[in-house]
Design a protein around this ligand. Structure first.
Ligand code: CU
Ligand code: ZN
Length: 367
């Protein structure tokens, strides 16, 4: 079929809207009609050329939600009309990692997915016979996409897809960092560095886990205001003295749990140093640039602090994304407030501009 999609033709250049050919889903694959898709930093990072493992031409986008249009042979967990959230982090339910409750890093299709291909090593997207790769295995800046069944989470049809798409990346990453990775305990004190979608998700996750104090650190008063609305009990404008301020606010010890959601390695270091002596756990959820390193004075570790990290918040997508969406529908998570701008597919580059200007939390493309 012919579809309209936003193609990354050349690094550093704006995406171009083109007509592409999308082949029918093969065995184990599903054709999804996209309804909404968030514009995330990872898309911009790849488009800019900063990611050395990036490739072009490709169709970007990985924060998608839509409706199953057709299923390929052998697909058993989805049927036509199901509402789905796309997963760049799949869940095959069979590999050694899927069987472990300690990680969500499914091993089933990693290699082909990293190279931009579907599990059989080929692409369904093409243009005049030339294959176009599937960015993150999702390629959701498009009217339709073909994805493996194991990379789609079936969610409640009652959830508006414009909000559901945020669970495909940023929001689940933050929620999961607090719920799955840190396993925040009731009554604890938490610090969240960064109040973008991941950080706000972590604030909500800490609140849902029953944290008593949630201190949010960011450079923007406006975002800190939003963090307070979602459950932050205190807010701090970040700076060179942030660690001292956190230590002071926590009776001289630091916090039980800290979360880093900026991707800045200097902030990661602050998050480690703001964790409490004895048992403080720092969870890194932000993605640092390739080649960057995190500096930690070993004394911080010897004295009982720990550092953890997770991808996609440790969320096993097919099992847990539907559960998180249910918590939204039950009123525990306010998702609507994160949709700052609504765009058409043709306006996708505007989504990047708004992100670079730090205007709002998320721009969502509606199809
Ligand atoms: Cu993302
Ligand atoms: Zn797996």
């Amino acid at each position: 079929m012919r579809i309209k999609a936003a193609v990354l033709e050349e690094f550093g250049a704006p995406l171009t809207i083109q007509e592409l050919e999308l082949a029918e889903p093969k065995s184990g694959e599903v054709l999804v009609r996209l309804v909404a898709c968030g514009v995330c930093h990872t898309d911009l990072y790849t488009a800019s050329g900063a990611d050395p493992s990036g490739y072009a031409p490709t169709v970007l986008g990985h924060e998608g939600a839509g409706v199953v249009e057709r299923i390929g042979e052998g697909v058993s967990s989805l049927e036509e009309g199901d509402h789905v959230v796309t997963l760049f982090s799949p869940q095959c339910r069979e590999c050694i990692h899927c069987e472990s409750n300690q990680t969500n890093l499914c091993l089933a299709i990693r290699e082909q997915q990293n190279r931009g291909y579907l599990p059989d090593g080929t692409a369904r997207l093409s243009r005049g016979g030339e294959a176009i790769r599937h960015f993150m295995g999702t390629s959701t800046f498009a009217e339709y996409t073909v994805m493996p069944e194991i990379a789609l989470a079936k969610v409640s049809p009652e959830a508006p897809l414009e909000g559901a798409c945020l669970f495909a990346c940023g929001l689940s990453t933050g929620l999961g960092a607090a719920i799955n990775t840190a396993k925040v305990e009731p009554g604890s004190t938490c610090v969240v560095f960064g109040a973008g979608l991941v950080g706000l998700g972590a604030v909500i996750g800490c609140r849902l886990q029953g944290a008593e104090r949630i201190i949010c650190v960011d450079l923007s008063e406006e975002r800190l205001g939003l963090a307070a609305r979602h459950g932050a009990t205190e807010t701090v404008v970040g700076g060179f003295d942030t660690v001292e301020r956190i230590v002071e606010l926590t009776g001289g010890f630091g916090a039980d749990y800290t979360f880093e959601a900026t991707g800045n390695v200097a902030v990661m270091r602050q998050a480690v140093e703001s964790a409490r002596m004895g048992w403080g756990l720092c969870t890194v959820a932000g993605v640092a640039g390739k080649g960057e390193t995190l500096e930690i004075v070993p004394r911080f570790l010897i004295t009982g602090r720990r550092v953890a990290g997770s991808s996609f918040g440790g969320v096993k997508g097919r099992d847990q994304v539907p559960q998180l969406v249910e918590r939204w529908l039950a009123g525990e998570i306010d998702v609507e407030s994160f949709v700052s701008h609504r765009l058409t597919l043709d306006e996708v580059n505007r989504g990047f501009e708004l992100m670079e200007a730090q205007d709002g939390i998320r721009s969502v493309i509606s199809f």
